[in-house]
Design a protein around this ligand. Structure first.
Ligand code: THU
Length: 145
C-alpha cells in the first residue's frame, strides 16, 4: 500500500533530531519506502575520524537490507544546517551508487523535501545518469584464482 508523501516527510522530520552530527551540525534524515509499503528511517552518523561517517540515506538502506527488504519504491531526503531542512539536501554520489545497487533507476523516486508542503521528486536515473550497477556485471565470468 502506497503511503501519502506528507506522512513520509513527517517521519523524516521526526527522525531529524536523532542525527549524530557533532562535527558538521548538518543533520539529514531519510525515509525509505519498500514496494510492500514498509518504511525505514535513517539519519547521518558522524565519526571523529570523519571518513567512517554514514549518510542518512545509506543508514536507511542498510537497515532495510539487513532486515531482509530489497525492493524499494522511493526515498525521502531532508535536512540542513542545524537540522533545519530549508535548502533541500540532494543525496551524495556514494548514496546514489548504493541506490543503484538495489533500485531500478527508471522508477525509483528520490523526494528532496523542505517541508510537508515543499518537495520535488526525481528518478534515480535523473540523479545518476548512465549509472553503473549490477546489470553491468551480469554474465561476467569470475576469474580463476
Ligand atoms: N549527508 C547525508 O547524510 N546525506 C546527504 O545526502 C548529504 C550529506 C551528511 C554527511 C555528513 O554527516 C553531513 O551530511 C555533512 O556532509
Amino acid at each position: 500500500m502506497e503511503r501519502d508523501i506528507k506522512e513520509l516527510i513527517k517521519l523524516g522530520l521526526d527522525a531529524l533530531p536523532l542525527a549524530y552530527t557533532p562535527y558538521s551540525n548538518f543533520k539529514v534524515a531519510a525515509v525509505l519506502e519498500t514496494l510492500d509499503g514498509r518504511v525505514y528511517t535513517g539519519v547521518n552518523i558522524e565519526n571523529a575520524a570523519y571518513t567512517p561517517t554514514n549518510c542518512a540515506e545509506r543508514t536507511a538502506f542498510f537497515k532495510a537490507i539487513s532486515e531482509g527488504d530489497r525492493r524499494f519504491r522511493r526515498i525521502v531526503v531532508l535536512g540542513g544546517k542545524g537540522g533545519i531542512p530549508e535548502e533541500g539536501t540532494a543525496p551524495c554520489g556514494v548514496c546514489r551508487q548504493v541506490m543503484m545497487e538495489f533500485c531500478d533507476p527508471k522508477t525509483f523516486e528520490v523526494i528532496i523535501a523542505k517541508s510537508e508542503e515543499e518537495y520535488r521528486t526525481m528518478t534515480l536515473e535523473q540523479l545518476l545518469p548512465e549509472g553503473f550497477g549490477p546489470d553491468n556485471l551480469k554474465e561476467v565470468p569470475h576469474e580463476d584464482i
